[in-house]
Design a protein. Structure first.
Length: 219
C-alpha cells in the first residue's frame, strides 16, 4: 500500500533549447504550451509537483494556468548547465522518498509508467527504475530513490561529471525493458521528444493524422 507524500514529479525546463530557438517549455504543441502539457499529464499522480527552470518569470504565468496547489518552481543549483546538474536540482528540492524526473520536451510523458517505476523501487529496494531502449537509458523518464541517489549525484558533480547517467554504476538499477515499458504504458511514445521546429511540426502532423509512434519512438 502506498501513502501520500511518496512520489514527487519533477519536470525539467532548464535546458538551453538552442535547436528549437526558444524555450521548449513555452512552445505551443497541439494547442497548449509544452510545459502545460506535461503538467496536465503528470500532475494527477504527484504528491509533490516541481518545475526546474532558470526562467521563472516566463514560466510563472503558464504554471498559474495549471491548478495544482502543490506546484513549485526552482532554479538550477549551479550556474553551469548540464544534465547531471538538472537531475541534482530535482533530487535536492524534492522532499518525497521517490522522485520521478521527466523532460519538458517529451510529447507523451506517461503517468502509468512513472507509477510502475515507483512500484518497482518499492518492491525491489533498488535506487533507480529507468527505461532502457535501443538508444540506452532514459534518465529523464525515470524514478529515483532520493535518500540514496542525492549524495551520489552530488559527489559525481563535484568530480566534474555532467552526464545524467555517469553515476549509475554506483547504485542498484531496475531496468525497464521494452516489454516492461509496454506493460505499463501500452499506448507508447513516452520517450519521444522534439528538439527543433521541424520536429515539432512533424509530430503534430502525425498525431493529428492518427499515425501514432510506438513506445520506442519508432513509427
Amino acid at each position: 500500500m502506498f501513502f501520500m507524500n511518496e512520489l514527487a514529479v519533477v519536470i525539467q525546463a532548464g535546458g538551453e533549447s538552442k535547436r528549437m530557438g526558444k524555450p521548449k517549455a513555452l512552445v505551443p504543441f497541439i494547442g497548449s504550451p509544452m510545459l502545460c502539457r506535461g503538467l496536465k499529464r503528470l500532475g494527477g499522480i504527484a504528491d509533490e509537483l516541481i518545475v526546474t527552470t532558470n526562467d521563472k518569470r516566463s514560466l510563472a504565468f503558464l504554471c498559474a494556468q495549471v491548478t495544482y496547489d502543490k506546484l513549485q518552481m526552482f532554479s538550477d543549483v549551479y550556474d553551469k548547465r548540464s544534465a547531471l546538474n538538472g537531475l541534482y536540482t530535482a533530487l535536492l528540492y524534492a522532499s518525497c522518498p521517490y522522485v520521478g524526473v521527466v523532460a519538458c520536451d517529451m510529447v507523451f510523458p506517461s503517468a502509468p509508467l512513472l507509477l510502475a517505476e515507483r512500484d518497482a523501487l518499492a518492491e525491489s529496494g533498488a535506487d533507480i527504475a529507468v527505461p532502457v531502449t535501443s538508444h540506452g537509458y532514459e534518465p529523464f523518464h525515470a524514478v529515483y530513490r532520493r535518500e540514496t541517489c542525492l549524495p551520489i549525484v552530488h559527489a559525481a558533480l563535484r568530480q566534474g561529471q555532467t552526464r545524467a547517467t555517469s553515476w549509475y554504476g554506483s547504485v542498484r538499477v531496475v531496468e525497464f525493458d521494452h516489454d516492461m515499458t509496454l506493460a505499463a504504458d501500452p499506448r507508447g511514445g513516452a520517450f519521444i521528444n522534439v528538439n527543433t521546429p521541424d520536429e515539432l511540426l512533424e509530430m503534430e502532423r502525425r498525431i493529428l493524422s492518427g499515425n501514432m509512434p510506438r513506445a520506442d519512438g519508432s513509427s
